[in-house]
Design a binder for this molecule. Structure first.
Ligand SMILES: *[C@@H]1O[C@H](CO)[C@@H](O)[C@H](O)[C@H]1NC(C)=O
Ligand SMILES: *[C@@H]1O[C@H](CO)[C@@H](O)[C@H](O)[C@H]1NC(C)=O
Ligand SMILES: *[C@@H]1O[C@H](CO)[C@@H](O)[C@H](O)[C@H]1NC(C)=O
Ligand SMILES: *[C@@H]1O[C@H](CO)[C@@H](O)[C@H](O)[C@H]1NC(C)=O
Ligand SMILES: *[C@@H]1O[C@H](CO)[C@@H](O)[C@H](O)[C@H]1NC(C)=O
Ligand SMILES: *[C@@H]1O[C@H](CO)[C@@H](O)[C@H](O)[C@H]1NC(C)=O
Ligand SMILES: *[C@@H]1O[C@H](CO)[C@@H](O)[C@H](O)[C@H]1NC(C)=O
Ligand SMILES: *[C@@H]1O[C@H](CO)[C@@H](O)[C@H](O)[C@H]1NC(C)=O
Ligand SMILES: CC(=O)N[C@H]1CO[C@H](CO)[C@@H](O)[C@@H]1O
Ligand SMILES: [Zn+2]
Ligand SMILES: [Zn+2]
Length: 621
């Protein structure tokens, strides 16, 4: 058993701030473009980290759930500038860190735990006939990842899974791990065969000669596409190959997996390895719930999760003195920006960028152009927050969407626009805040990605229609979730809503603990950001912040009720995604008529992911 110090450098890459994007409105009000150029330096005074990283003998940099945010977070509203690095900056950072590791004569590995797309236009804004993430994966492939593993977002659609298998996996040469995921492909004889999507495990030696055994495991995911197979972790550990893979004792187990480190399936894997190797260090990197989190399943293990959306990069190290002692681990959640990167690499403005990093950044900007992602719909007069403002309110994205934008956008070319109505959708239909300033095609994709049709039931008495929204919220989204609709789209969305519930609860807790009003004097100096409290010893955040505000939001949201008498017939308008549950609620509210699918009609050709753009064209020019 080898004695070594392990440092886990877990940095979570948050949002990209497009620093000095200088915004130009087009001549023709509705058809402008935002011209963003690579900011040379952060355009905002970012708070630097407050202490250097603690390097150990074995160090790991971790990213997870990047979801296409490869140009980082480009908006000026806090905390977005905290996450204003891009993948090119990250690549430069990794290059310098590898050099520092060589100078310090220690190991440094870089790992990613999946969910590479479904989040921004760079991955999702491809033209018809394309495959989600195909282009962004090419940029990720330029980074020296030592390990990568598969996320659920790689598995909702066969085309995405196949593209990953065909084009990304081979690039990593045995280091893209899929211990419990298979994909069905045609073999050379044209027969269907189910094969591992990546390697089941990897055994390798580090630069410093440490023997590492690695696995790549996804949570017990059931929403995967036909022709892909996910084996539950608890079954995987019973496989012969698994027993053989873990039989020899390495210097450490390095497990990567797309599953949360708290309240999930890691113990299914951990316990089996620990039973065979009571003393071997086990380092775990997880993901999927989009939070910063750390757990120690015992004194000689550590499990780290590094946030989401290129917001957080994680890292940590171990200190294994002998077989009986606990190992000291360190972990750090880094805000993903150039100030962080320059601070930890000792580089400045003019010595930070590597050629490779520059190349990635400019390539991503070309892709942005190719997809016309900076197509400008209008200029938002203020910020609208998903959970950062109460609902309903003037700063609520949900209020903007359903009470302001939907009534305008759905009235376009609509013969029923003069009939009073109530419009209802689910709050899960919106994904991200909408910030003051240019509102582009990319912003629309980020904020409101789902393509739901609007339906309506005509001539409902106002008194009945007006009770539907409160009744839906009383029943909650859980009922629909349990049903797990057969459409891939709905599976993704149900999973997405569960993740968002975990994420929102996490932010809410931190706001109660470390929000503006709690931080007192100290707050004067700090910007908004994450204030993480996890289950590992010591402080994890690399940069100090005041917590971002967080409010409870209802499962369903509605437009303002029209000013009509109780028995006025009105249109009840809603998205197809909630039809079944809404009909159930409506039939519980009145007994005059049993409403069914045959009573429901299409309301408009406009679908939900067009609403904000159409509204911006009319009102924000
Ligand atoms: C399953 O895989 C086979 C072989 O690649 C392919 O022909 C078939 O279309 C796939 N089915 C689905 C539903 O993707
Ligand atoms: C492969 O399996 C899919 C269903 O999983 C089926 O649709 C397809 O026809 C099969 N192809 C062959 C060549 O057997
Ligand atoms: C996965 O692929 C392996 C190798 O082809 C095969 O032995 C195994 O049965 C497959 N598992 C599933 C669940 O399809
Ligand atoms: C980097 O350059 C910018 C622009 O000249 C300047 O505002 C900033 O202070 C510089 N930062 C450092 C750390 O040198
Ligand atoms: C919200 O906006 C409305 C309409 O612009 C305005 O009348 C109202 O005062 C605003 N409320 C708040 C709290 O700002
Ligand atoms: C409304 O109708 C006009 C004329 O047919 C058409 O050009 C326009 O695209 C339509 N708008 C929407 C949002 O469907
Ligand atoms: C604010 O920051 C300055 C400079 O870093 C420091 O000297 C001062 O103590 C801080 N003030 C508070 C209230 O934390
Ligand atoms: C609602 O309508 C009634 C009757 O037309 C009118 O007197 C009242 O002012 C209206 N209320 C609002 C808030 O517009
Ligand atoms: C080598 C190293 O970084 N060790 C650190 C691991 O984390 C613990 C807890 O934060 C620190 O006390 C160790 O110094
Ligand atoms: Zn994710
Ligand atoms: Zn996920």
């Amino acid at each position: 058993m080898l004695a070594f110090r392990t440092g886990v450098l877990a940095f979570a890459v948050s949002a990209l701030a497009c620093g000095d994007a200088h915004h130009k409105r087009g001549q023709d009000h509705a058809h402008g473009h935002v011209h963003s150029v690579k900011r040379e330096y952060p355009q905002f005074p970012l708070t630097p980290p407050y202490r250097p990283l603690v390097w150990g003998d074995f160090n790991v940099i971790h990213t997870t759930d990047t979801h296409g945010w490869l140009l980082g977070h480009q908006k000026a509203t806090w905390p977005e500038p905290d996450y204003s690095g891009d993948l090119g900056d990250f690549a430069s950072f990794v290059t310098h860190m590898k050099q520092i590791a060589i100078e310090k004569d220690v190991d440094l590995l870089v790992v990613d735990t999946g969910d590479l797309h479904d989040g921004t236009g760079l991955s999702d804004g491809f033209p018809a006939g394309g495959v989600d993430g195909h282009e962004t994966n090419k940029f990720l492939a330029q980074l020296p990842f030592d390990l990568m593993t598969v996320g659920n977002h790689e598995l909702y659609e066969y085309a995405d899974a196949y593209d990953t298998y065909k084009n990304l996996v081979p690039h990593f040469n045995g280091r893209y791990l899929a211990s419990n995921v298979n994909i069905t492909v045609l073999d050379l004889d044209g027969k269907n065969v189910s094969v591992p999507m990546g390697d089941r495990f990897a055994k390798f030696s580090t630069m410093k000669g440490r023997k590492v055994t690695s696995l790549g495991v996804i949570f017990d995911f059931t929403g995967n596409a036909l022709n892909t197979t996910v084996q539950f972790a608890s079954d995987m550990v019973k496989e012969q190959w698994f027993a053989e893979a873990i039989a020899d004792e390495p210097d450490l187990f390095l497990l990567v997996g797309h599953m949360p480190v708290s309240d999930d399936y890691w113990p299914d894997v951990f316990n089996v390895i620990r039973a065979v190797h009571p003393h071997t260090p086990i380092l775990i990197f997880g993901g999927h719930s989009h939070i910063r989190d750390c757990q120690q399943y015992d004194g000689r293990s550590m499990a780290l999760e590094s946030g989401r959306y290129m917001e957080t990069v994680g890292a940590n190290l171990t200190n294994a003195k002998d077989n009986s002692n606990d190992i000291a681990f360190d972990r750090r959640y880094l805000d993903q920006n150039r100030v962080t990167y320059e601070y930890h690499t000792g580089r400045g403005n003019f010595t930070f960028d590597t050629l490779g990093g520059r190349f990635i950044t400019s390539g991503l900007h070309e892709l942005e152009k190719k997809y016309d992602l900076d197509y400008l719909y209008g200029t938002a007069p203020q910020d609208y927050f998903l959970t950062g403002a109460s609902y309903p309110s003037n700063n609520s994205l949900l209020s903007l969407f359903i009470a302001e934008a939907a009534p305008v956008a759905l009235a376009i070319n609509n013969s029923r626009s003069s009939i009073p109505n109530i419009m209802i959708t689910n709050s899960g239909s919106q994904r991200f805040d909408l910030f003051k300033g240019p509102f582009s095609k990319n912003d629309q994709l980020v904020t409101s990605p789902f393509e739901d049709a609007f339906l309506y039931i005509p001539d409902l008495k106002f008194s009945v229609a007006n009770k539907v929204l409160p009744a839906l919220n009383k029943a909650g989204a859980a009922e629909r979730r349990r049903k797990r609709d057969v459409f891939e789209r709905d599976l993704w969305r149900n999973d997405d809503e569960e993740i968002r519930a975990i994420f929102n609860a996490w932010v809410r807790e931190m706001n109660e603990r470390a929000g503006m009003e709690k931080r007192g004097n100290e707050a004067g100096n700090l910007t908004l950001g994450y204030v993480t409290k996890d289950s590992c010893p010591g402080a994890g955040d690399d940069t100090m912040h005041i917590s971002i505000p967080s409010y409870d939001i209802p499962d369903f949201i509605g437009s303002n009720a029209p000013n009509v008498t109780d028995d006025t017939p009105i249109d009840l308008v809603f998205v197809d995604f909630i039809e079944e549950q809404l009909l159930g609620i409506l039939n519980g509210l009145q007994s005059e008529k049993k409403y069914a699918d045959s009573d429901v009609k299409p309301y408009s050709d406009v679908v939900s992911n067009q609403i904000l753009g159409l509204y911006a064209q009319q009102k924000w020019n």
